[in-house]
Design a protein around this ligand. Structure first.
Ligand SMILES: Nc1nc2c(c(=O)[nH]1)N[C@H]1C(S)=C(S)[C@@H](COP(=O)(O)O)O[C@H]1N2
Ligand SMILES: [Mo]
Length: 170
């Protein structure tokens, strides 16, 4: 009869440990981020806080007659922060580099580093974290690429989780 309460205590302790083990997973979900990695000098984990501390940029898009003001940071600034050579340093083998943008649903779009360099093209590539002053959420969030200079929205990766830099040549 002495054994039963003891077994229960062990079961309770095991349940507590099992519950605590799930906490880090929730904690990670609570801080959405975009991972910048691959052929970069320094890998980055961009959160709302990191992006808020970077030079801010905005674009206004019109879809079905509705204007939306997206705010965030230019992808060029993200690449510079990760130590990717742009501007005069983007030459030779580096021009065979590209970036794979990935959404949490597995959607992927490739951009060449040349097109993302503001000193190379007049394309606009915004890593957006808010729309009309509100954080992006749901199917759009927490981060989204906005490419206002594109004629269609297909490359505006929603639920952005990663930007991987690939160099085809060394
Ligand atoms: N993660 C993710 N992003 C995505 C897509 C997708 O399937 N998954 N579809 C793309 C396509 S084809 C379009 S047209 C736009 C649609 O975005 P909108 O509903 O804000 O216009 O999102 C783009 N971004
Ligand atoms: Mo689309």
């Amino acid at each position: 009869m002495e054994r039963l309460p003891r077994t229960r205590a062990i079961q309770t302790a095991a349940l507590c440990i099992a519950f605590l083990a799930t906490v880090p997973a929730y904690a990670q979900d609570a801080t959405p981020s975009v991972r910048v990695n691959g052929s970069v000098a320094s890998s980055l984990t961009l959160t709302m806080a990191t992006l808020a501390a970077m030079p801010r940029a905005s674009v206004t898009t019109t879809g079905n007659g509705i204007e939306t003001k997206y705010e965030g940071v230019w992808i060029g600034d993200v690449l510079k922060k990760a130590g990717v050579s742009l501007g005069a340093a983007l030459r030779g083998a580096a021009l065979a580099g590209y970036v794979i943008a990935t959404g949490s649903d597995g959607y992927q779009v490739v951009f060449s580093i040349g097109e993302l360099d503001p000193e190379m093209t007049s394309g606009q590539y915004l890593l957006a974290d808010s729309a009309n002053g509100k954080p992006l959420s749901g199917e759009n969030g927490s981060f989204r690429l906005i490419v206002p200079t594109d004629k269609r929205g297909a490359r505006s990766v929603r639920m952005l989780t990663g930007l991987e830099v690939v160099m085809l040549r060394k």
